[in-house]
Design a protein around this ligand. Structure first.
Ligand code: GNR
Ligand code: NI
Length: 196
């Protein structure tokens, strides 16, 4: 009997459905991850694929209905290096955050336009600290400490909010929040009626 020299296992990434408001699961507080293993890495691969497909620059696990403290972010430029030849992006550098904790925020606040894949086609300005430090475990389960600025600082704060059941519309006036919630509630009811 001959044995193959090596067996290569591979797995196709899967795009998972993203849940939207008013789904109450988005208000859950996600649970810490105990161990970074192959199963979790497979999930993080799926999250990246789902985020790129959406398309978005960040995704928290609860957005695919998994209440665990996992986030993926890729704020690097998604444009083609050369529009004519469609050569790949300059840098695509996803960051995987397991159990992220905001360890420090700057006193300086800045305003940035935010959107959310769980609140499609709605954008508003939100004020947040302009920089922050995040402690987390990476794709290999190794502890990391990262200083975030610019869009990365905005995005990681938005994602850590998701892990705590907070959405960016919570920072808006009650009038604006109620208006967007009602619009999505109405759309959800119409979908149910349409399916029946
Ligand atoms: O794709 C996204 N863009 C974005 C823009 C400004 C601030 C935050 C974000 S995150 C969002 C994807 C998302 O909903 N992540 O939870
Ligand atoms: Ni979001």
């Amino acid at each position: 009997m001959t044995r193959p020299a090596a067996v290569i296992y591979f797995r196709l990434m899967t795009i998972r459905p993203i849940i939207c408001i008013p789904d109450p699961r988005l208000r859950q507080v996600s649970k810490p991850v105990e161990k970074v293993d192959d199963e979790l890495r497979a999930l993080m691969d799926d999250m990246l694929e789902t985020m790129i497909d959406a398309p978005g620059i960040g995704l928290a696990a609860i957005q695919i209905a998994l209440p665990i403290r996992v986030v993926v972010i890729d704020c690097s430029e998604r444009e083609y290096e050369n529009e004519e030849t469609k050569s790949p992006p300059r840098q695509s550098k996803p960051i995987y955050f397991v159990n992220p904790e905001i360890a420090w925020v700057s006193e300086e606040i800045k305003s940035h336009e935010e959107g959310c894949l769980s609140i499609p086609d709605y954008f508003e300005m939100v004020e947040r600290p302009s920089a922050c430090r995040v402690r987390y475990d990476d794709y290999e389960g190794k502890p990391q400490d990262l200083l975030c600025e610019g869009i990365l600082a905005t995005c990681i704060q938005h994602e850590v909010d998701h892990l705590n059941g907070i959405l960016f519309i919570d920072y808006l006036s009650r009038l604006k929040r109620d208006r967007v919630m009602r619009k999505f509630q109405k759309a959800a009811k119409e979908r149910i009626r349409g399916d029946a």
